[in-house]
Design a protein around this ligand. Structure first.
Ligand SMILES: *[C@@H]1O[C@H](CO)[C@@H](O)[C@H](O)[C@H]1NC(C)=O
Ligand SMILES: *[C@@H]1O[C@H](CO)[C@@H](O)[C@H](O)[C@H]1NC(C)=O
Ligand SMILES: *[C@@H]1O[C@H](CO)[C@@H](O)[C@H](O)[C@H]1NC(C)=O
Ligand SMILES: *[C@@H]1O[C@H](CO)[C@@H](O)[C@H](O)[C@H]1NC(C)=O
Ligand SMILES: *[C@@H]1O[C@H](CO)[C@@H](O)[C@H](O)[C@H]1NC(C)=O
Ligand SMILES: *[C@@H]1O[C@H](CO)[C@@H](O)[C@H](O)[C@H]1NC(C)=O
Ligand SMILES: *[C@@H]1O[C@H](CO)[C@@H](O)[C@H](O)[C@H]1NC(C)=O
Ligand SMILES: *[C@@H]1O[C@H](CO)[C@@H](O)[C@H](O)[C@H]1NC(C)=O
Ligand SMILES: *[C@@H]1O[C@H](CO)[C@@H](O)[C@H](O)[C@H]1NC(C)=O
Length: 587
């Protein structure tokens, strides 16, 4: 079978695009109202029908969204049952977010053996996550976030060989993190943040060969951070030849996002983290990590966010981190036990708030102690008296040092005086902290172009706001040009794809959606594409053109990292490729 679009084209930016494939990207309420041709005219199988009945029975539905699940199954696969999508009489997707559903999720969900996506996030569903989900060999996306699920994450989930995305964040899960999740070798995104999961982080999960996004923040995880991260940098010896081929094409998987913030982890920051060379976000804040900041973190040249705040890290801030100054957008080592001088370029870029709460750190703000004028060339070990008399020091040096200290104290005193004067004059003025937050621009973009509906592709979507989307840092934007929605961003990104052709402008894929329909997708090459605004304006203009000699542009997708996809009708006779390469097509 052809690999998913995601895989076939996983290189560079498309990699990231794919990763938010199946990422809770869903039909919004409004767009779901356009019942698109989900039905394939095949009567639902008996097992699936009974499975759905059991699911309905165990859920509570105060707003009556499941009222349409009322007949003897004839309507289930013809688009009449809300939130159900079938292929060949088997349920492949259940999409019921923001429906106010309560009750429990029936274990008989395990009967829906063709299920690929279960998206019931943002409801009030309680009870356990059914272990029977482990019976679903085709399950790719499991979106349970923002509910009230309790109990442990069932280890059986590790049997879902096709699972790509598991998001059960913001629930009431307890128990241990199952090591078996590492057996889901396609798992790209795992988000169990904001639960009460305890115990240690299994080394197997840390060593996962597939994970790109791992968010375990706000739990009760304890013990050391396993030193097994970056296990993905080694090729598995047991890899099949197919896997090796794939690896050769796409490069090895490696985490790009890792957050273990706000747990009770202790011990050192593992040196092996430096092996995660694709890492962009590393957040270990709010734990009890001790030891020093590993020098080799300076080799993480893609790092945008580094948050080590609120731990018990000691020693100096490694000079090697200076190398990251240009890529880093957010840096925070506040509230640790760091000592010594703050590297100048980091201080200049991030300002004093990123270093606050380290009593032994010097010279980074008016209120911190000044650094000794001539720091000893060899980095001082923590706790060492930097001004202590040393055998090799000359009198001159000593005088200089003492002079420096006196000068520093004088400057500090005068600053204090100045501050005091100001305070007295202005009485009490509200102090601005000047804190720099590492916030990403999360734009609320409106649908572009006349008649264009922009189904939400981010996870911040709410009912009734289907025209807009909140991008956030993993969102994207899919804009359709023709009336009712035939596919979502999720469908598109999860489609299987074959390469049809390549040109200087990009690569064209024949993509098969979940429901079997075909579209042609053109991924624009990064270098030749313009800024987002220009791209959107031009795509919107193109989308309005309907001419018998032109292949209509049905939609475009703008990914969170600037990936640009154009979606056209699929033309089986091959004229498509000619068109896409810039020539006009003969009708
Ligand atoms: C089932 O529900 C649909 C939509 O709510 C309604 O149009 C239809 O009449 C109902 N059918 C039966 C048999 O109750
Ligand atoms: C539906 O089933 C038929 C016969 O079992 C098969 O030929 C066809 O390919 C299936 N279609 C899809 C989209 O799976
Ligand atoms: C994980 O889920 C939390 C809460 O739902 C969310 O805030 C966070 O952005 C998610 N993390 C990732 C990496 O997507
Ligand atoms: C995971 O897979 C390994 C071998 O691939 C197997 O030994 C182990 O029992 C599996 N774990 C679970 C919990 O299924
Ligand atoms: C790190 O994680 C904590 C907890 O989720 C969050 O408050 C903080 O903003 C994160 N840091 C960055 C730089 O994103
Ligand atoms: C870090 O903490 C652990 C236990 O909390 C302790 O055993 C260890 O000695 C500490 N290491 C350092 C370098 O302080
Ligand atoms: C980073 O900076 C250090 C000195 O601070 C230097 O030795 C090293 O070569 C630089 N480059 C990398 C990739 O670490
Ligand atoms: C750094 O982290 C601390 C504690 O986690 C937080 O209070 C502070 O706002 C953060 N500062 C910046 C500049 O992000
Ligand atoms: C902070 O580090 C100093 C040495 O650098 C050490 O003496 C002190 O005990 C540490 N304090 C804490 C709270 O870890």
């Amino acid at each position: 079978p052809p690999p998913p679009l995601a895989r076939a084209a996983r290189r560079g930016l498309l990699l990231l695009l794919v990763l938010h494939c199946c990422w809770g990207t869903l039909l919004s309420t409004a767009s779901a109202a356009h019942v698109h041709a989900a039905g394939d005219g095949v009567i639902i199988s008996q097992a699936d029908y009974q499975g759905l009945q059991a699911i309905k029975h165990d859920l509570s539905d105060p707003y009556g969204f499941l009222r349409s699940w009322n007949d003897t199954g004839i309507g289930a696969c013809s688009g009449h049952w809300a939130g159900i999508k079938c292929v060949n009489g088997s349920v492949v997707a259940i999409t019921l977010p923001w429906r106010g559903l309560g009750g429990r999720l029936s274990n008989r969900v395990g009967q829906l053996t063709a299920l690929r996506r279960l998206s019931i996030h943002d409801n009030a569903i309680a009870g356990a996550i059914p272990a029977a989900l482990g019976f679903l060999p085709d399950l790719r996306g499991l979106y349970l976030f923002n509910n009230r699920f309790s109990g442990a994450v069932p280890p059986e989930i590790g049997r879902c060989v096709a699972l790509q995305s598991l998001d059960a964040s913001n629930n009431r899960l307890t128990g241990l993190l199952p090591a078996s999740l590492a057996n889901s070798t396609k798992l790209i995104r795992l988000n169990l943040s904001r639960n009460s999961i305890s115990g240690e982080i299994p080394a197997q999960v840390a060593a996962s060969q597939s994970l790109l996004f791992l968010d375990l923040s706000y739990n009760r995880l304890s013990g050391r951070i396993p030193d097994a991260f970056a296990g993905g940098s080694k090729a598995p010896s047991s890899a099949s030849s197919d896997e090796r081929k794939l690896e050769a094409i796409i490069g090895t998987y490696q985490l790009v996002f890792l957050s273990l913030a706000h747990n009770t982890l202790d011990g050192p920051v593992p040196e092996s983290l430096a092996g995660l060379t694709k890492l962009q976000d590393l957040n270990l804040s709010g734990n009890s990590l001790n030891g020093s900041i590993p020098d080799n973190l300076g080799s993480l040249h893609d790092l945008k966010t580094l948050d080590l705040s609120g731990n018990a890290l000691a020693g100096e801030i490694p000079e090697s981190l200076v190398n990251l100054t240009t890529t880093l957008q957010s840096f925070n080592v506040s509230y640790n036990n760091l000592s010594g001088a703050v590297p100048a370029s980091l201080l200049q870029k991030f300002g004093p708030p990123s270093f606050a709460g380290n009593i032994l750190l010097c010279g980074y703000s008016a209120s911190s102690p000044p650094c000794p004028l001539s720091p000893s060339p060899a980095p001082a070990s923590p706790g060492q008296e930097p001004t202590g008399p040393r055998g090799g020091r000359t009198k001159k040096e000593l005088i200089l040092i003492i002079g420096g200290i006196v000068l520093g104290i004088l400057i500090l005193l005068s600053l204090c005086c100045l501050l005091l004067c100001c305070l007295i004059r202005k009485k009490r003025s509200s102090g601005s902290t000047g804190a720099r937050s590492g916030k990403q621009s999360s734009s609320k973009e409106a649908g572009a172009g006349a008649g264009a509906a922009a189904p939400a592709a981010g996870r911040g979507e709410k009912p009734g706001t289907s025209e807009a989307e909140s991008g956030g840092d993993v969102g994207g934007k899919l804009v359709h040009f023709d009336g009712p929605l035939a596919f979502t961003a999720d469908d598109l990104l999860c489609a299987t794809a074959e390469i049809m052709g390549k040109s200087t402008y990009g690569t064209v894929y024949k993509a098969t959606l979940e429901d079997g329909s075909l579209v042609a997708v053109k991924r624009l090459r990064e270098k030749i594409t313009k800024g987002h605004k220009e791209f959107e304006a031009e795509a919107a203009a193109l989308g309005k053109i309907r001419h018998p000699n032109l292949l209509p542009l049905r939609a475009y997708y703008l990914g969170p990292k600037g990936e640009k996809l154009l979606v056209f009708d699929y033309m089986p006779n091959g004229s498509l490729s000619a068109f896409l390469h810039g020539e006009t097509v003969n009708p």
